[in-house]
Design a binder for this molecule. Structure first.
Ligand SMILES: [Zn+2]
Length: 377
């Protein structure tokens, strides 16, 4: 188990986090349960588990069931839908085994009740619309099993939506196609939050054209601060704000800062990183992450605040949140090495001139509000 190196927050921040106001809109921790058997209620070797989340004031989060693009390729050992269902099984298991610590959130009332009961509210998410295997029926089955947030597309293009990656090739629409519009409409009917992170530029606007409810980009940064295809430009930020939505600022140094991207490349080319191996994909990822965190230049938490501040200036304070991408990022900022570190982020925001109310809105209040509007009653 990793212990946070973050110093204890000030009494002001301790009081601010005491009722667990943080809502982290994106982490990939549940794969550590499915692939490596870690009980997140006890502890895990990655960046997110429930004891550390609690120390960091995290009262709710989206457990993203991330489906790697290779599951969508012919010859994959299991298909994309099966992989997502297995991850959802793992989340159901966690909630069933530890009802005193974590509860699956199916309705807006569940989200509120988890908060008042001081139990972690687990929103079930899927990252990668390939999980529905081009069938609305599969989406409906996921929703029956508790799916309440779906990142429409990951880094692999789909026949119905283009991702942010270049070079899509034939058969991929410029934005979304008619089936893509049906997916968005059905998600809204089912009370499943639409998540635009990873979507291509035109896809973002196409989805906003269809959307009748607020939506999120769960884990992205601002192009104006660091130009990167995974980030959003000011027009996109304004369009999401106009829709009533919220952008969760990601903690990944590679998206937030160009020098950090170059530095991470340097580590990846090193012998120790290349020698890091595990018994399966997830174990290899953890081994590589350990090398990355040890060898990459420390990444200043203030850079995260730069992106938050820019998003607030463009969108307004009600439209900015947090999506750490813990257990999906190999390197994390100083003080935010794991989910226990949100106090350090709160300190940095206060030091930058945010009020206590602003800090609570950004760390969780805004995400809570939009999920409350979209989830079934
Ligand atoms: Zn992602």
């Amino acid at each position: 188990m990793t212990d946070s190196t973050a110093p204890a927050p000030s009494p002001t921040v301790q009081a601010l986090l005491a009722d667990l106001p943080v809502f982290d809109a994106h982490h990939d921790a549940i794969q550590l349960t499915l692939d490596l058997g870690h009980d997140l209620a006890v502890g895990a070797p990655g960046q997110f588990d429930l004891p550390r989340a609690r120390r960091g004031g995290v009262g709710a989060s989206v457990f993203a069931c991330w489906v790697d693009g290779h599951f969508a390729l012919p010859g994959a050992p299991v298909g994309s839908a099966a992989r997502a269902h297995a991850l959802i099984d793992a989340l159901h298991g966690l909630c069933a085994e530890h009802p005193d610590q974590v509860r699956l959130v199916r309705t807006a009332a569940d989200l509120e009740r988890a908060r008042t009961d001081r139990v972690h509210g687990a929103v079930c998410g899927i990252e990668g619309g390939h999980a529905i295997e081009n069938r609305l029926e599969e989406l409906e089955r996921f929703a029956e099993r508790g799916l309440r947030c779906m990142t429409l597309v990951w880094n692999n293009h789909l026949p119905w939506i283009r991702s942010c990656q270049p070079n899509a090739g034939a058969g991929v629409p410029e934005g979304i196609d008619d089936f893509g519009r049906q997916v968005v409409r059905r998600m809204e009917e089912l009370g499943v939050m639409v998540d635009l992170s990873h979507a291509g530029e035109r896809s973002v606007y196409d989805v906003l054209d269809v959307a009748t409810k607020p939506l999120i980009a769960s884990h992205s940064g601002c192009n104006a601060v660091r130009d990167h295809r995974r980030n959003l430009d000011d027009d996109q930020l304004r369009a999401i704000a106009a829709n009533g939505g919220v952008v969760g600022i990601v903690f990944h140094p590679g998206f937030l800062d160009e020098d950090a991207t170059e530095d991470m490349k340097r580590v990846r080319h090193g012998a120790e990183y290349r020698a890091a191996k595990g018994a399966n994909y997830t174990e290899t990822y953890l081994a590589e992450s350990a090398v990355m965190q040890a060898q990459a230049a420390p990444f200043a938490l203030g850079r995260v605040v730069d992106h938050i501040q820019h998003a607030v200036e463009v969108m307004g304070i009600e439209h900015v949140g947090i999506g750490s991408d813990y257990d999906g990022i190999e390197h994390a900022p100083q003080g935010l090495e794991d989910a226990s570190g949100f106090g350090a982020l709160a300190e940095a925001l206060l030091a930058r001139g945010f009020t206590k109310g602003d800090v609570r809105a950004v760390l969780g209040g805004n995400m809570r509000r939009v999920f409350g509007m979209v989830l079934p009653r």
